[in-house]
Design a protein around this ligand. Sequence first.
Ligand code: ADP
Ligand code: NA
Length: 332
Amino acid sequence: RHLHRIFSGIQPTGNLTLGNYLGAIRNWVTLQHEFECIYCVVDQHALTVGPEPSALREATRQVAAALIACGIDPQKNVLFNQSQNPDHTELAWYFNCVARMGWLNRMTQFKEKAGKNRENASTGLFVYPNLMAADILAYRATHVPVGEDQKQHLELARDIAIKFNNDWKVEDFFPVVEPQILGEATRVMSLRDGTAKMSKSDPSDMSRINLTDDADTIAKKIKKAKTDPENLPTEKAGFEGRPEAQNLVTIYAALTGTTVDQALADIGGSQFGAFKQKLADAAVAHLSPITTEMNRLLEDRAEIDRLLVKGGERARALSAPVLKDVRETLGL
Ligand code: ADP
Ligand code: NA
């Protein structure tokens, strides 16, 4: 009964990383040719970490520019920032009343982000997955392309959809959304430590490659990336206990458009020094046109703002009938 419709979001909380690009944005670009896609810069989610207002506004524009520079067409897709459409936060309130404390207590990302001082974490950080479910279901989106780190939140969105449909006896009202975890690099790890994910919110800039890093910075970061004393393995089994090697080869495969097996057939057995040079070249070849285009777009910030407002109007036109149905269903 539901149209195949794609929704995905990204937080404007800092520089976009190679992890965001390989795990999510690149797949968004591919999907736009086949499906109706709604892509959102989720600026209200960013409030969970309390950014400075002018920095948040600028980060929203930067992320929008980055998405367009990566190949997201703002005419073909609905591209906007979350705060343009209040339907998300309204639906999130209803979902706060559907989701259970126990469900949210299991979210590993909350535990990681809140750290030891849980009593001092904002309630927004705790219920953020409910807002994420609302972002998706306000459009009755059926498919959500994300990196592996978002899998648990997607399961929560499925549970919310199922419980809403059951509790109000409205069969199929919300679709049971499917995560789409696509490509070779679904979980890009930090360059400092192959066991933490590469993240724009990591305090160490050396831990990640930013989409805006210049060629020298990329080369320097890759050169300094943590490795071990062995040469690269010749097959996947050789990654056992070597997360840094696995991470760098996975990134290389994703950037050069091959599988990890094919990449190892080509570079397996080489020394890290030589391999890192190849990896840096591949990263620069891929990212430098994106950076150039992003900088060009950012010369006209007013135009980016206009595009986002237009996208917001299109988004609201899609969610308004859904919210009307929801209110009616709830007795509001
Ligand atoms: P971050 O975690 O960098 O703050 P977001 O939470 O805004 O980024 O996530 C935006 C998208 O990028 C999500 O689909 C997420 O799964 C994906 N993503 C983020 N980090 C990585 C990573 N290290 N590897 C693969 N995908 C990632
Ligand atoms: Na994330």
